[in-house]
Write a protein that binds this ligand. Structure first.
Ligand SMILES: [Zn+2]
Length: 247
């Protein structure tokens, strides 16, 4: 089949699907110019290993350094804008309520800024904070804060970025909801992810085992191409509007 025929066939499947699940990865953000973790490690950050910037142990040992790294990344990401791929997903969900579950490995919040709601953010959210330790009765993320990184004025509990660091488990409820969507969908689109990192691979297999049509959308070959029913080679910003913009 030609690329155009593949596209048309997938569009028909999407249009007929009672439920669509979409998993997005770094490729979708890269098309908006969001630097990857490693790409952002420039200048004074280049001398650190990732585990010195993105682990709980690193934060406990050097809270200021890790906080500053995330402040730097937040600044870089804030400059990026959602692209046509993000917008196509948000637009589809608006026109077809309750038909799309959007799962993302990206922490940059671009799906949310594009207007998507209920996004299952498997790796957390860069622009949100959480408590480092279990919150005490005094802890309130909105209340009085001291120091940098800021801490609870009552007990000293540190605020940390609400992202999943190396060595941390994915948020259980979010992962469970993603797996449920993979089991329940008729079509799963896997977009802009290499498919080497769990849970991308697992969700594709789960969806396929449950009878869904699995479609990979990516500019380069991925580890999931062999599992996919169809592989659409190209950018998310070009292909997602083609797949999702029907009436
Ligand atoms: Zn407290």
């Amino acid at each position: 089949m030609t690329v155009a025929q593949d596209l048309a066939a997938v569009r028909e499947r999407v249009a007929a699907a009672r439920h669509l699940a979409v998993l997005t990865g770094a490729g979708v953000s890269a098309e908006s110019g969001v630097p990857t973790f490693r790409d952002a490690q420039t200048g004074l950050w280049a001398r650190f290993r990732p585990e010195e910037l993105a682990t709980e142990a690193a934060f406990r040992a050097h809270p200021q350094r890790v906080w500053d790294w995330y402040a730097f990344r937040r600044e870089r990401v804030a400059e990026a804008q959602p692209n046509a791929g993000h917008l196509a997903l948000a637009g589809f969900a608006r026109r077809h309520p309750d038909r799309l579950t959007l799962i993302t490995q990206n922490v940059d919040g671009l799906h949310q800024r594009a207007g998507s709601t209920g996004v299952l953010a498997l790796h957390g959210q860069l622009f949100e904070n959480a408590w480092l330790d279990a919150p005490q009765p005094c802890c309130d993320l909105e209340r009085e804060r001291v120091g940098s990184p800021s801490a609870c004025a009552g007990c000293g509990n540190l605020r940390r970025p609400a992202v999943v660091w190396f060595g941390e488990a994915l948020p259980l409820k979010t992962l469970a909801a993603a797996q449920q969507a993979a089991r329940a969908c008729d079509v799963l689109l896997v977009v802009g992810t290499s498919g080497q990192v769990y849970p991308a691979a697992g969700l594709a297999q789960t969806a396929q085992d449950a009878g869904a049509h699995v479609v990979v959308v990516n500019t380069a070959p991925t580890a999931l191409d062999a599992v996919a029913d169809v592989v659409l080679r190209g950018s998310a910003a070009l292909i997602l509007p083609e797949l999702l913009s029907f009436k």
